[in-house]
Design a protein around this ligand. Structure first.
Ligand SMILES: NC(=O)c1ccc[n+]([C@@H]2O[C@H](COP(=O)([O-])OP(=O)(O)OC[C@H]3O[C@@H](n4cnc5c(N)ncnc54)[C@H](OP(=O)(O)O)[C@@H]3O)[C@@H](O)[C@H]2O)c1
Length: 334
């Protein structure tokens, strides 16, 4: 077990501390809710204290049973944990109901951070394939986003949520909404791994005091089928990463995690087999400046979650979701 007190922390804009690494809990349509919950149970005993959950992962009730048992058995106390969850796209108009269900399922009394999972209310069913489209999908709306955010702000005032998170945002969308939010977002969850570093977004978030949290920090080798395209690059097979891993006598996954933490983003790796080694990455020998510099050169624009299933009627293709030319595509009220 790793003593959680030895795991470094990042500071959030409100002053609270958050562990520098968290355990992901998305089974990627491949790992069952029971297996994920088992990994959380093992993770708690291995020293993990931050858990990245979401209603749409379909396993919060199982993870909640693990938390409850850990509290009852004295393995941890609620206040020792940092529990994050996310409002799914079909609940943007009823955030309180969604949050209450998540809090009940996770048996955690309150959430340390609640994210808006996607900035659109566009729903796709679990296990859907890459060509599935919801005809009710809509482009981004500032008004709708801010209204959803306001509902989380109310939960902060009620003490049910401690911090607010946003996810899958772009700089143009952030520019459009940040000035309208009363409680500033504490963190933004984005896809971040060595071959997809999103330097501009990373710098923008830091300049606004928003902690970048990196999802798919290892390049998600077992992501859902709908997120796999032939041109995708396998980050952990990049020769430079493999070489640095050899020098540290570890798996390239560990190098990805060390790089993330040293760069200043909080990685949330998923693992049912390697979670002990992943937590150890945060407390063992850091990468050298030269190794960090090599990894900085591995940017390849390797976006893995394109998000096709969230496209609205009339959108061209997945690039429209990411505002690549600096404006919000098809925004209804910008
Ligand atoms: N906000 C969002 O929209 C969003 C989107 C996607 C994901 N997320 C979050 O990000 C988390 C992580 O993303 P992810 O699960 O897609 O990808 P990931 O963490 O990049 O990759 C997970 C995969 O890497 C393997 N792995 C983990 N540690 C390893 C190690 N030390 N050595 C070798 N293999 C290792 C795991 O296999 P084993 O299980 O066999 O170890 C698993 O197959 C999710 O669980 C979720 O919480 C958020």
């Amino acid at each position: 077990m790793i003593d959680p007190k030895t795991v470094p922390t990042f500071k959030l804009n409100g002053g609270a501390s958050i562990p520098c690494i968290g355990m992901g809990t998305f089974g990627s349509d491949r790992v069952s809710p029971d297996e994920v919950a088992q990994a959380v149970a093992g993770g708690l005993r291995a020293g993990w204290r931050l858990f990245d959950c979401a209603a749409c992962y379909g396993n919060e009730d199982k993870i909640g049973q693990v938390f409850r048992a850990a509290f009852d058995e004295g393995v941890v106390q609620r206040r020792d944990l940092f529990i994050m969850s996310k409002v799914w796209n079909d609940m943007h108009r009823d955030v309180e109901k969604a949050a209450m269900k998540t809090i009940r399922d996770l048996q955690c009394d309150y959430l340390d951070m609640l994210f808006i999972h996607w900035p659109f209310p566009n729903y796709h069913a679990p296990f859907c394939d890459v060509d599935s489209r919801n005809p009710d999908s809509k482009p981004f709306s500032v008004k709708e986003f801010v209204d959803t955010y306001r509902q989380i702000e109310s939960l902060v005032h009620l003490g049910l949520v401690r911090h607010i998170g946003i996810s899958n945002m772009t700089i143009p969308k952030l520019e459009a909404v940040l000035g309208k939010l009363r409680v500033p977002p504490a963190a933004c969850e984005s896809e971040l791994h060595p071959c997809f570093q999103q330097q501009e977004l990373f710098d923008y978030l830091n300049s606004k005091g928003i902690l970048p949290i990196g999802y798919m920090p290892l390049g998600s080798p077992r992501r859902p089928e709908r997120d796999i395209l032939p041109e995708d690059i396998a980050d952990m097979q990049m020769p430079e990463l493999v070489e640095i891993a050899k020098a540290h006598n570890c798996h390239p996954a560990i190098i990805c995690l060390k790089w993330a933490i040293q760069r200043g983003q909080l990685p949330i790796p998923f693992s049912v087999h390697n979670y002990e080694a992943n937590l150890a990455a945060a407390v063992t020998e850091p990468l050298t400046d030269a190794e960090m510099a090599v990894i900085a050169t591995l940017e390849r624009g390797n976006r893995l979650v394109k998000g096709q299933v969230f496209l609205w009627p009339g959108a061209n293709d997945w690039h429209d979701l990411w505002d690549e030319d600096g404006t919000i595509v098809d925004c209804t009220d910008c």
